[in-house]
Design a protein around this ligand. Structure first.
Ligand code: SF4
Length: 377
């Protein structure tokens, strides 16, 4: 099974914290759609026996596309790849794009899952982030979306400056009250070269300390778990039957093709990434060339990726798989490095699977880096 990711590199305005690849110059949207629909067939030889299980429109802001443009891209996938019956087809969408009419026509298109970038239900947070929508639009679009879609995810951000534990809890409670089937939630990070980094440098915004973000994560995890969601990955919570198939595929090292500028791909051996420049991307594709760089993953790279993703998920790290894919030396090293985290109850062993405890979950990335193999190949 495999996935196709399509990157839509346009946004109406730049959110202060964002370092994804996008342009606010919408003038080239049509040319970009044509280039994306050309890249889809250009890449088809990369999937020989694979069957596409998920199609994911990410960005940027895919909801700036017309429904007809989305249909054109989905048709290009169906024309060039083998696709399972009833694939999961997700559209990332921002509340200010989701009018009642747009939601209704999306529900008649191949899109069967909406991932809505709510981020917060509070005006103050949305202004600080420079989101294009307001709190009222966030609530209204969820109410409308629920009339047409069963499979809805929303994004929420925690660890924001001035966000109290109470306000964060209210955000989560609001999401639960809408009976959303999936919630993705991330800690705000100050990325270099963003407006937020500039505000922090000038002393206009005080970044949140790690302890506060950690507290927010525990509130999130406890509240959502009590409400019947599973934290199947550190940033992803789903009701039974609603784990994102697309996200799960990434964490289970399945193959995917990334279409569009800055999109990443993985074929089980190589990791590739397209150029993150819209004009250069369009020019290359128009000439029939793939503007992609790639690297072959070493055994150590693959082991490190498996440790990183495994510890972030409920599937954990299988010692059996480590032996089978990497050898006994890796397993011995892993258990030796894991010892201090097992003693501190940040990790535990369930038969032959290494997992993070509730206490260790938020620290998964740091723990994983302790278990990485550095010198052995
Ligand atoms: S809408 Fe999403 S991709 Fe666009 S600037 Fe905001 S966070 Fe970044």
């Amino acid at each position: 099974m495999a996935g196709i990711y399509i990157h839509i590199p346009f946004c109406k305005q730049a959110c202060h914290y964002c370092d994804f690849h996008f342009s606010t110059q919408m003038g080239k949207k049509e040319t970009m759609i044509n280039a994306l629909s050309k890249e889809i067939p250009l890449r088809k030889s990369e999937f020989k026996d694979e069957i596409v299980e998920t199609i994911y429109f990410g960005g940027g802001t895919p909801s700036v596309l017309e429904v007809s443009e989305i249909e054109k891209l989905v048709t290009a996938v169906y024309d060039n790849y083998r696709v399972i019956d009833k694939p999961e087809i997700t559209l990332e969408a921002n509340p200010d794009d989701l009018s009642e009419d747009k939601i209704a026509s999306l529900s008649e298109s191949p899109i069967n899952r909406l991932s809505i970038g709510v981020q917060s239900f509070f005006e103050e947070d949305l202004k600080l982030m420079n989101r294009a929508h307001n709190a009222n639009e966030a609530e209204q679009c969820i109410q409308q979306a629920k009339k047409h879609f069963q499979n809805i995810s929303i994004d929420l951000i925690y660890g924001m400056p001035n966000m109290t534990n109470e306000r964060w809890k209210q955000n989560i409670d609001k999401a639960i009250s809408f009976q959303i089937s999936h919630i993705s939630s991330y800690a705000l990070t100050v990325e270099p070269k963003t407006a937020l980094a500039n505000f922090v440098k000038k002393g206009l915004v005080k970044p949140v300390e790690d302890e506060v973000a950690q507290e927010h994560f525990h509130i999130l995890n406890n509240t959502l778990t009590e409400a019947g969601y599973s934290c199947y990955e550190i940033s992803n919570f789903g009701k039974p039957g609603y784990f994102s198939k697309n996200n799960s595929a990434y964490w289970q090292q399945k193959k995917y093709i990334g279409i569009g500028p800055s999109a990443h791909s993985f074929d089980g051996i190589r990791r590739g990434w397209n150029i993150n420049n819209n004009p250069k991307y369009i020019k290359a594709i128009t000439n029939g060339e793939l503007p992609m760089e790639e690297e072959v993953l070493s055994k150590t790279d693959k082991y490190n990726e498996y440790i990183m993703t495994g510890l972030r998920t409920i599937w954990g790290v299988s010692l059996l798989k480590v032996v089978e894919e990497f050898g006994n030396k890796y397993k011995e090293y892993l258990l030796q490095q894991a010892e201090k985290h097992l003693e501190r109850h940040l990790l535990y062993l369930d038969d032959d699977t290494l997992l993070t405890t509730k206490k260790g979950k938020f620290l998964a990335d740091g723990i994983a880096s302790d278990l990485f193999m550095l010198n052995l190949k």
